[in-house]
Write a protein that binds this ligand. Structure first.
Ligand code: GRF
Length: 209
């Protein structure tokens, strides 16, 4: 199987980026990370790429007055990497329609809630404010909506009565770092098929899963 070309897009810390880089380095994923794009010139993720000698392009949102110009620059930079899979990992911008249609079913995102609950920003605060007993994280394909695309994997964590947003976020993050590389692994092994809103995972001959 030919290795998939993986591009990761970030805006900040980059811990999910690292979890994917680690899984690729460990040989768990039939792919190579061909590059990283940061939308923020001050993102800590950039130094992490430098340490690992992963090419990192900065397309800094702050330097574009118009959103449309940012989107065009982003798309041109992405195209230059010729990615098979784009992983949004703490990427803090909505992608334009042209971007999504060009890379349809080849863009993934990780969101720190059990979708379809608590879309958008501050998902952990939203979960606490709502009073749910369980939350978690979701890896999904990206469509035109906000956190609405077909769900690939989810993981559940309990919400405790003394949680604050930071403690809940930390518990969820452990699961993010587990399921995002797993979703990338499945994609790169050609084991994901989208049927309507559902993502069917090829179980490799095993029954039910
Ligand atoms: C994660 O909680 C992710 O679910 C959300 O943004 C955060 C990014 O963290 N989309 P990191 O930059 O991967 O450390």
């Amino acid at each position: 199987m030919t290795k998939k070309r993986i591009l990761i897009m970030v805006s900040g810390r980059g811990s999910n980026m690292e979890s994917i880089l680690n899984a690729v380095a460990d040989g768990q994923i039939a792919g190579e990370v061909v590059g990283v794009i940061s939308s923020n010139s001050e993102a800590p993720a950039i130094a992490k790429c430098d340490q690992r000698q992963i090419p990192c392009s900065v397309v800094d949102r702050k330097t574009f007055a118009r959103k449309a110009d940012f989107q065009q620059a982003l798309l041109a930079t992405v195209d230059g990497y010729r990615p098979d899979l784009i992983c949004l990992a703490g990427f803090m911008h909505i992608l334009g329609a042209e971007f999504i249609s060009r890379y349809r079913n080849r863009i993934m995102n990780i969101h720190p809630s059990l979708l379809p609950s608590f879309t958008g920003l501050n998902a952990q605060e939203q979960a606490l404010a709502y009073g749910v007993r369980y939350s978690g994280c979701t890896v999904h394909f990206v469509d035109e909506g906000m956190d609405t695309g077909p769900i690939i994997l989810q993981a559940v964590v309990p919400v405790y009565q003394d949680d604050d947003a930071a403690s809940l976020a930390a518990r969820i993050l452990v699961e993010e770092h587990r399921i995002y590389p797993e979703a990338v692994r499945l994609f790169c092994a050609d084991r994901l098929t989208i049927v309507g809103r559902r993502v069917i995972i090829d179980q490799g001959g095993k029954v039910n899963g």
